[in-house]
Write a protein that binds this ligand. Structure first.
Ligand code: G3P
Ligand code: MG
Length: 250
């Protein structure tokens, strides 16, 4: 979808993480239940090289344990309780609040028509071959048409494009950087994933529209900003509250 053309999509940030523990099967299942058009999730590698869905390099904030993801095997990570971000989450019918593998999330959402924005967490630890592993899984599961990749580490996105020029890739960025549309074009990227506050730059959305670069904006949680993004007709908003976004969508 090109910015300014068609309906703004709503993607659930780490799943419906405003309600259910982030980056868990319950949070992705809830996003689906709430009618989101897609989900955003974060991927790291375990000690034994498995693709696991967790935001931080460490398990401490989201799980009942301590240490780095990369120092645990998948088996060990699976034994953790990953429900720490929403401790009073009541529902048990949507699955267990454990660290899911990327494959498990793909299996949950396959055939739902939902988009999956896989964010490669390669900013701090440069996980060896994570790009290749993720892309191979996507291809093996026949989900290339619904998966898009993003990263704050733009070299990771360049690598994805080198591995498969048809892969859909977006550049994540937070700080106020100018001419990101030109930079994205130079790197051959498909999308920009700006932090919400970057949308204040005058003429920014127009420039991106002119250059055919759709915007996937994060993290849009408050009514005022959700409405603003609809007015600007960005391609997607990434939100912890997909139900709120759906209810406000014109
Ligand atoms: O992909 C959008 C957003 O998730 C990027 O920041 O830190 O929440 O992964 P973060
Ligand atoms: Mg993320």
């Amino acid at each position: 979808m090109v910015t300014g053309m068609g309906k703004t999509m709503v993607w659930a940030h780490r799943g419906a993480s405003g309600y259910a523990p982030e980056n868990t099967i319950p949070s992705f299942a809830l996003a689906k239940e709430q009618g989101a058009d897609g989900v955003e999730l974060d991927v790291q590698l375990s000690r034994d090289g498995e693709l696991v869905v967790i935001h931080d390099e460490r398990i401490d904030r989201t799980c009942n344990g301590t240490g780095r993801v990369v120092d645990y095997t998948l088996d060990e990570l699976k034994r953790l309780d990953a429900g720490k971000t929403v401790p009073d989450y009541g529902r048990t019918d949507l699955g267990k609040a454990e660290i899911p593998t990327l494959k498990e999330v793909y299996e949950l959402l396959k055939g739902s028509g939902m988009m999956i924005n896989v964010e490669l967490k390669t900013g701090i630890i440069f996980y060896e071959d994570i790009e290749q592993k993720v892309m191979e899984l996507t291809a093996r599961m026949g989900m290339e048409d619904v998966v898009i990749y993003s990263s704050f580490n733009h070299a990771s996105m360049v690598k994805c494009k080198q591995l498969n020029p048809l892969a859909k890739c977006g550049l994540l960025y937070g700080d106020g950087t100018l001419f990101m549309n030109e930079y994205a074009k130079r790197l051959g990227m498909d999308y920009l994933h700006p932090a919400l506050y970057n949308l204040q730059y005058k003429g920014f959305t127009e420039m991106c529209r002119r250059d055919g670069i759709p915007l996937h904006v994060w993290t849009v949680n408050e009514k005022e900003y959700i409405q603003k993004m609809y007015e600007l007709e960005v391609a997607a908003i990434i939100s912890n509250y997909p139900d709120r976004c759906m209810a406000l969508r014109p």
